[in-house]
Design a protein around this ligand. Sequence first.
Ligand SMILES: [Zn+2]
Length: 425
Amino acid sequence: MKRWVSWTLGTMAVAIIVYVLIGVDVRPHVEYTEEPWAEDTTTVPIPPPTAFGVPMEGMVLREGRVKAGASFGALLSAEGIKASVIEALVQKAEGLFDVRKLRAGHPYAFITPDSTGSAPRYFIYEADPIQYVVFHLLAGAESVTLGQRPVVFTQHAIATTVTGALYNDLERAGADPVLAVLLSEVFAWTIDFYRIQKGDVFSVVYAEQSVEGRRVGTPRILAARYTSGDAVKAAFRFGEGDGASFFDDEGNSLRKAFLKAPLKFSRVSSGFSSRRLHPVQKVMKAHLGTDYAAAYGTPILAVGDGVVEQASRTGGNGNFVKIRHNGVYSTQYLHMRKILVKQGQRVQQGDVIGEVGSTGLATGPHVCFRFWKNGVQVDHRKEEFPSAEPIADADRVAFNALRDSLGSRLDEAQLTFAQSRTVDF
Ligand SMILES: [Zn+2]
């Protein structure tokens, strides 16, 4: 829950990258639908006579924001709160809230009796858009409690045609544009986000949290569908919490497992290591790949679906091919005798992309297989890849029901979209 709520800078950075990557410069044109679907019934707005759970009769509320360098003690002393009270509060807060963690820019409030010369009775610090901490400042009755603003959960369905950057299309459609990032993650294994075309349609059902009418946290995609011409790809979220994953209409995982090695029959002749004696140069060097020895001409296979990013030659690598599988993973195959693919070519897992050779710095025929994760070379034999298991038999019925109900929500969103397009033209 907390992780879902947190709005990470990382996500924003990815959002900007996606914004740049999937931009196509075309005429803006957007259709969409959006409607609240379900509300959490346990949440109601705070009625006016209380603030942060404190009865406000005869009280006044004064709000501010924590300034850079301000401390809990300094903030309270400035209001005339005695050192003994501050000390008691620090102790009471232990285990609940670390008073050293007041963050600059966060809102706070003092609640003071509505009579001249009175010291504040309560101090409230807002830890995030949902959680706040109430410090009761009355000497002898000091206490610290945690409170929460009422959170409203809503589900939305939206369909948008790609006219330019998906990020912009979603924003214009009234959705949180971060959905563009989330969609690229959901479909990382099934859609090449570099090749999205204008006129392609995304429909999404997602859940959102809001506090007092403001969106908080990151939305969660429950189902999505991508339509490009006749090609339709769907994704349905199934499972609980971190165990949840996305599946297609048939219940197959949207993730794909990589082949364990780029050769059918092979033996590792040299493993991944941060330090080894280079067989040709005779110096200690990192070996950021795994060598598979095989006879000249042995077919080299793409370990997963992807696009050939490079098919070229350098002095050290010899003839090599690099494949981009999705936004996270790329693989590279060195020392080929012969390259059998071209740059920009789309390949499927198991396709033959070249032949084993010893071009470049190599002592004998082998493939040096290199594996990138988020731009960093890693030892693929030590990586834990996401599960690519289909829906378990025991979950079939539940999955099918969920798929059907979310599927009709996607249909509705797309239908509304189609109708508005009919009207437009
Ligand atoms: Zn190697």
